[in-house]
Design a protein around this ligand. Structure first.
Ligand SMILES: [Zn+2]
Length: 251
């Protein structure tokens, strides 16, 4: 078992998955033939990833998350796929692949960016899904949830500003997208520096978060990723993630 790192240490590597008996949660940003980023894969690589994941893990449906939380974990190796930022390439490329392979995902969107084209300093112009796209995702079994309003890291905001980010995203999602869940993924995986009242009951961090039981730390659930440029590491990642269900290594 990997010990819990302190905030000042290096982040746990992507091979660190979840606390014993809890689903491993993956995050991606893009599924696109041309975008290079540490959590962005080509459609072919995403298809291969789901194939290999499907051999080792049950695909955790987003609507099963509440039951996992209330039930204290999942009895067998399971994996929840999530996407951050709501990019249009995910709708275009990842959706048909997931449907063909029997996966559904949680899509965390920043409400001010829905339907916009973002001028990214490195990745160039990036189209975000529209409200119609997000409604279509819901109709096809996916869950849409909050990535706050403006996509600023909470670690750099005061408590009141964080509260405004969260509350406004919640009310916009409730109005524009009935059925969206009151879950949050922190922009940049950065939780607030100080405790903030009114956060959603489930908040997802990134690879920066320690692997703790969801019911012990529901406001910073670890998510990890398949290193996009190092497919040679995928095997070791999946092997390590499965150890969360191996009794001999859980203590
Ligand atoms: Zn983001």
């Amino acid at each position: 078992m990997v010990s819990e790192p302190s905030r000042t240490s290096l982040f746990p590597p992507p091979q660190v998955g979840s606390a014993p008996g809890w689903p491993v949660v993956l995050y991606f940003h893009h599924v696109d033939p041309d975008i290079r980023h540490y959590t962005s894969v080509t459609p072919a690589a995403f298809d291969a990833a789901l194939a290999r994941l499907g051999e080792r893990f049950a695909a955790l449906a987003p609507e099963a998350v509440d039951g996992v939380l209330g039930g204290g974990g999942h009895p067998g190796p399971s994996c929840l796929v999530t996407f951050d930022d709501g990019y249009a390439d995910v709708f275009e490329h990842a959706l048909p692949i997931m449907e063909r392979r029997g996966w559904r995902a949680v899509h965390f969107v920043s409400v001010d960016l829905v339907g916009t084209v973002e001028e990214h300093p490195v990745r160039g112009p990036l189209r975000h899904m529209t409200w119609d796209d997000l409604a279509e995702l819901q109709r096809r079994g996916h869950v849409v949830a909050s990535h706050a309003s403006t996509h600023r890291p909470f670690s750099g905001l005061g408590a009141q500003e964080v509260r405004r980010e969260v509350d406004r995203a919640r009310s916009v999602l409730a109005e524009r997208l009935p059925g969206a869940r009151d879950w949050l993924a922190y922009p940049f995986g950065e939780p607030p520096r100080d405790p903030v009242a009114g956060l959603p009951p489930l908040c997802f961090g990134s690879v920066k978060a320690p692997a703790l039981a969801w019911d012990a730390a529901p406001r910073e659930i670890r998510r990890t990723y398949l290193p996009a440029d190092e497919q040679g590491q995928w095997e070791s990642c999946m092997t390590e993630w499965r150890r969360a269900w191996t009794p001999s290594t859980s203590h």
